[in-house]
Design a protein around this ligand. Structure first.
Ligand SMILES: [Zn+2]
Length: 317
């Protein structure tokens, strides 16, 4: 039957047209990426500073720990508080530490840890004024900024169930170390890595000092040696999102919470950190100038947007 009826011809023609159209359309996955409210994140930075310095042993440390626990308890995730006792290297005083871990989408096999330290430093030993050096740091950037990003991220993940498992960890006892002795820092992360209270995550991202008004985030060298492909992917994503703070240059080695996660628990881990606060000519890090005035909501927003896009828009393996 070679001759087709007119109606049949029209059906075949239509089918052919539809076939061509469908072949021409690139397969796309529609992804809804929630937005990161950077102004709200900044209110969390300011709120932490209202408690005063939050170095272990201080009233601010104790008060904020209760505030954070209440905040996390209102969310949909499973909260674990990991308590430990340690000797603070810089003061040689015994302290109580608390890591807060909140897990979202507990059934998911692939798990991403996102961490920051919530404690602040008990001395301003980098301050130019000798009188200031014995005072505790307020930690708007060094402590509150990463914590603020994580708090807003918890709001988002709590309200928008991700495909992967998300373990958000607020580490304590990061900033009580002795200068020049890197492994006296990050003791909360060390305790966590030695006593994993959750299933071992597949990958970890630490954020620290991300509130600087003059935000610049090059690639931290240890992160690149631990997980070069992840670093390329994440800095590539920052480029796709046109986030100006992120620079594709490898710079300093920073001993931060990512190092014990990798060295002790073998969790591939990277650090998103701006280690020039505010720039190469001035220094607010570990001084009395680490205050909210020297931080900005937009800076928190760049890091928050990157993390949200990474969680909801990337393929994880
Ligand atoms: Zn610090």
């Amino acid at each position: 039957m070679l001759q087709l009826e007119g109606k049949m011809k029209r059906i075949l023609f239509l089918a052919l047209v539809l076939f061509v159209i469908s072949c021409d359309t690139k397969p796309t996955k529609s992804i809804d990426i929630p937005s990161f409210d950077f102004n709200k994140a900044f209110t969390y930075l300011e709120k932490q500073c209202e408690f005063g310095p939050r170095n272990p042993g201080s009233v601010g440390h104790s008060d904020f720990s209760y505030y954070l626990k209440d905040f996390l308890s209102d969310l949909s995730g499973k909260l674990t508080v990991q308590e430990f006792v340690y000797t603070e290297p810089i003061t040689n005083i015994e302290r109580d530490g608390k890591n807060f871990i909140i897990q979202f989408n507990q059934e998911a096999k692939y798990r991403l840890l996102i961490g920051a330290h919530w404690d602040t430093r008990s001395v301003s030993d980098q301050d130019e004024s000798i009188d200031n050096q014995s005072l505790p740091v307020l930690g708007a950037n060094d402590g509150a900024s990463g914590t603020a990003v994580l708090m807003e991220l918890c709001n988002i993940v709590s309200a928008n169930n991700p495909e992967i498992g998300i373990d958000v960890v607020f580490f304590d006892a990061e900033d009580g170390g002795v200068p020049g002795q890197p492994d006296t820092f990050a003791l909360g992360a060390k305790f966590f890595a030695e006593n994993l209270p959750i299933t071992k995550p597949d990958f970890a991202i630490i954020v620290d000092m991300v509130g600087d008004k003059n935000l610049t985030i090059p690639i931290e060298r240890i992160s690149y040696s631990i997980a070069p492909e992840k670093v390329k992917e994440i800095w590539g994503l920052a480029e796709d999102l046109s986030l100006p703070a992120f620079k594709k240059t490898i710079q300093n080695e920073i001993y931060d919470d990512h190092v014990p996660l990798w060295e002790i628990a073998e969790i591939p881990a990277i650090d998103i950190i701006d280690f020039q606060y505010p720039n190469m000519f001035y220094n607010y890090w570990h001084t009395q100038l680490d205050t909210p005035e020297n931080c900005s909501a937009q800076s928190l927003g760049q890091v928050g947007k990157l993390l949200v896009s990474y969680i909801y828009g990337s393929t994880h393996q």
